[in-house]
Write a protein that binds this ligand. Structure first.
Ligand SMILES: Nc1nc2c(c(=O)[nH]1)N[C@H]1C(S)=C(S)[C@@H](COP(=O)(O)O)O[C@H]1N2
Ligand SMILES: [Mo]
Length: 536
């Protein structure tokens, strides 16, 4: 005792016993190590988000790995994910990706207690995975991505090392300090304060990064060309009932389906469309080259194969653009070509029969505008395919940059190996918009209404059945064309009780929808839409 007191004061750091390299590091409690791993991983990811936001060409690690997960998904996975999370499935995927990364971080923190070199190496391995996943995006600049990866690794490894040091039970000073039972010792409190601070800073940094990333991708639009051929809505095209989906869906309300976590950021001036494969001469067109062709306008209803009976993954818009056949003629389609493959700026593909595209009965187009505005970025700016009568996944390539003429046998597009049909014309369907399921209506006169479609054959009739009554034919809106949906309505005298209403459409080939409701895969949902409601 007296010996100790008589010693000259020394700096605290110097009292820590020096360790030789082969000595075991001080034992860090497991929870503290996992915490350190999570915080360090979060800091590295946050740095990645910030760098991606500040510098175009640097990929966001979370988005890159999420995109990889989408592309590597097993058949059927999308159906399950969409049925659980609906249209928030992309946000859900990002959150899951983040949680998995943080869980791995916890594991690395634990590993670092025993083998810190191995933990840092594995940390580096995950950073490399993130960078490699990012390289799959054509907008990524490899050198910048690699430098960003190094910075993320350096930050993560440093943070892990510092936090683990804090977590190590302090030697002399803490041993001598009196401890209240149950209280945190000083080193653990420092770990929580520093680690918590770093975690908060990481969340803030990520938010700034994402804000900047979104700003990078602000619409870079331009004037839409004046069409040489305009499309008019015939009088009576819209029945104008409230709660009934309008015959033309606004760009803001139009459904959106794609595999892109980040909407591709395509510059109209730099954009090119290459047409190659089984053609007489390969051509590459600029946006200005397209505008040298006649510009047309037409209404076409786009439908998603994943739409369930009664679902909303369908919409009708006025598209402005050039005829796809005019573009293909510039290259000259060779006789042996049976499949046209559209490829997007982010590597997605759709494949459709050449015969479908070449049929003079319909007018497939390269759309540049939607409802009188340049294509919104989410809907394919600056150019996309619109092919009447085919589901979107086999035709409607957004951000299209490449058209390849090949054979049906030679190539399977994106969704085909995942269990979806290779050829997918849109099935005849009808939907009840009013009333909504489980609605309560007052007794008295009521009008049932909805939409029906059979692109691009056209709807011949829509029939409605209340309870077990007779099928009655509904009044139809004036069709815009066979490439679009129609609205239907039918009056009814609502009587008290619980009721069921069903709808079925017949197309112009005479085919009526089948009754039994089936799942969307592999080639579109079938079955009559049914609504139950009560009148009191
Ligand atoms: N590049 C690209 N284009 C794409 C897709 C995609 O994932 N990537 N999805 C397709 C699908 S499945 C549909 S239903 C339509 C939807 O178009 P929209 O989002 O403009 O409504 O786009 C098609 N075009
Ligand atoms: Mo789709």
């Amino acid at each position: 005792m007296s010996d100790r007191l008589s010693q000259p004061p020394v700096p605290v750091a110097a009292t820590a016993p020096a360790r030789s390299p082969d000595e075991d590091p001080p034992k860090v409690p497991g929870r503290a190590a996992a915490f350190a791993g999570i915080v360090a991983t979060g800091a590295a990811l946050a740095a990645g988000e910030l760098l991606a936001g500040v510098t175009p060409g640097i990929p966001s690690p979370i988005l890159s790995v999420g995109r990889l997960a989408i592309d590597l998904q097993p058949p059927g996975a999308k159906e399950i994910v969409v049925s659980i999370f609906g249209t928030s499935n992309k946000l859900a995927l990002e959150i899951v990706t983040l949680l998995v990364a943080l869980a791995i971080g916890a594991g690395l923190g634990l590993l670092a207690r025993i083998r810190s070199g191995l933990a840092v190496t594995m940390f580096g391995g995950f950073v490399v995975l993130g960078v490699v996943a990012g390289l799959r995006d054509p907008e990524t600049q490899p050198t910048l991505a690699a430098l960003a990866g190094l910075a993320e690794l350096a930050l993560g490894a440093t943070a892990l090392d510092r936090l683990l040091r804090l977590a190590a039970p302090a030697s002399t000073s803490a041993d001598t300090a009196p401890r209240l039972p149950g209280s945190l010792d000083w080193s653990r409190r420092t770990l929580l304060i520093r680690g918590g601070g770093l975690a908060i800073a990481s969340v803030a940094t990520s938010a700034v990064g994402r804000f900047l990333l979104a700003r990078q991708r602000m619409p870079a639009t331009g004037p839409l060309p004046e069409p040489d051929v305009t499309a008019e809505l015939p009088p009576g095209a819209d029945l104008g009932l409230d709660e009934l989906t309008s015959i033309v869906v606004s760009n803001d309300d139009f459904y959106r389906i794609d595999t892109a976590l980040l909407v591709p950021n395509v510059d109209r001036e730099a954009w090119r469309l290459r047409i190659h494969g089984l053609v007489d001469r390969e051509v590459t067109l600029s946006y200005a080259d397209l505008l040298a062709l006649p510009v047309i306008e037409q209404y076409v209803t786009l439908a998603c194969v994943s739409n369930r009976v009664g679902g909303g993954l369908i919409g009708n818009a006025r598209w402005t653009g050039v005829r796809l056949r005019d573009v293909l003629d510039l290259a000259g389609v060779r006789a042996g070509a049976t499949q046209l493959v559209g490829r997007s700026a982010d590597g997605w593909t759709a494949g459709m029969p050449v015969a479908w595209v070449m049929d003079p009965e319909r007018e497939p187009m390269i759309a540049l505008g939607m409802n009188g505005e340049p294509l919104p970025r989410e809907h394919g700016y600056p150019a996309r395919l619109i092919v009447p009568g085919l589901y979107g996944y086999v035709s409607a390539t957004k951000w299209v940059t490449d058209l390849e003429l090949t054979t049906m046998e030679a190539f399977d597009a994106y969704w085909v190996p995942l269990g979806w049909a290779k050829e997918a014309p849109i099935l005849t369907q009808s939907r009840i918009d009013r009333p909504q399921d489980n609605a309560q209506l007052p007794a008295g006169p009521y009008t049932f209404a909805g939409v029906a479609w059979a692109m691009d054959r056209g709807v011949a009739k829509v029939e409605v059945q209340v309870d077990d009554g007779a099928w009655r034919e509904a009044t139809l809106s004036v069709p815009i064309s066979e490439a679009t949906w129609i609205q239907w309505k039918i009056d009814w005298d609502a009587v008290a009780g619980n009721h069921r209403v069903r709808v079925r459409a017949t197309d112009t080939t005479g085919e009526t929808q089948t009754e039994v409701v089936s799942r969307p895969d592999p080639d579109g949902a079938r079955g009559w839409h049914t609504i139950t409601f009560s009148v009191r």
